[in-house]
Every structure is written in C-alpha cells, then in structure tokens.
Design a protein. Structure first.
Length: 112
C-alpha cells in the first residue's frame, strides 16, 4: 500500500501525507477550485492562501478595460497580468493553442 502511495505524483511530502490519510489535495489544484471560464474561483484562491501563508493571490480583474479608471490598482494589475501571460502565449506550442486551454481562457477572462 505504501509503495503505491509513494508513486502518486504530488508536489511535496506534506501533500503525500495528507493524501495517504485519505484527504484530498487542495481545491486550487482540483477542478472544484478552477473557474471553467479560466483562472481560479474564490474557493480556489482561499485554498491557495491556506496552503501558502503570506500569499497575496487575488481573483481576476474581470472589469472591462474601458470601465477601469486609468492608473488604478486594478488597471495596473490587469495590465501587468496581460503583459506576463501574453509572453507565455508566445512560448506555447501552436497545437496547444486551441482557445479552450487554461491560458487562453484566463487571457479572455482578464480581457487581454
């Protein structure tokens, strides 16, 4: 039994021990913590913060760019996110760029 559990691809020993005890992995790593439209939902963000104390992870800025006040915190977060993730798009294989992948969905959600 222990040999089988050691073969499960989890990130660290703490996660493996939690899985061994019958618990589930954190919500941000599972479907229930992910938004089907891209990014994490509120449950996923809260789960990530619990696992990573001191984290400042927030949910997406979904407000349309035309409605954001220029230079506001939300506008700066959105601009920064879009700049970083568009760089990831360039590195993505064309075969993975289907429009239904997590990267495409999150860029669409952030209005990039």
């Amino acid at each position: 039994m222990d040999k089988w559990i050691s073969e499960i691809p989890v990130k660290d020993a703490r996660s493996r021990a939690k899985f061994k005890e019958g618990g589930k992995t954190a919500a941000w790593q599972r479907k229930e913590g992910k938004n089907p439209e891209g990014g994490l939902n509120q449950k996923g963000v809260e789960s990530y913060r619990r696992e990573n104390p001191g984290s400042k992870l927030k949910t997406a800025v979904t407000t349309k760019p035309s409605k954001l006040k220029k230079g506001s915190k939300a506008a700066k977060r959105r601009k920064s996110f879009c700049a970083r993730m568009k760089g990831m798009r360039k590195r993505q294989k064309p075969s993975n760029n289907t429009g239904k992948d997590r990267l495409s969905l999150s860029l669409k959600k952030w209005n990039c």
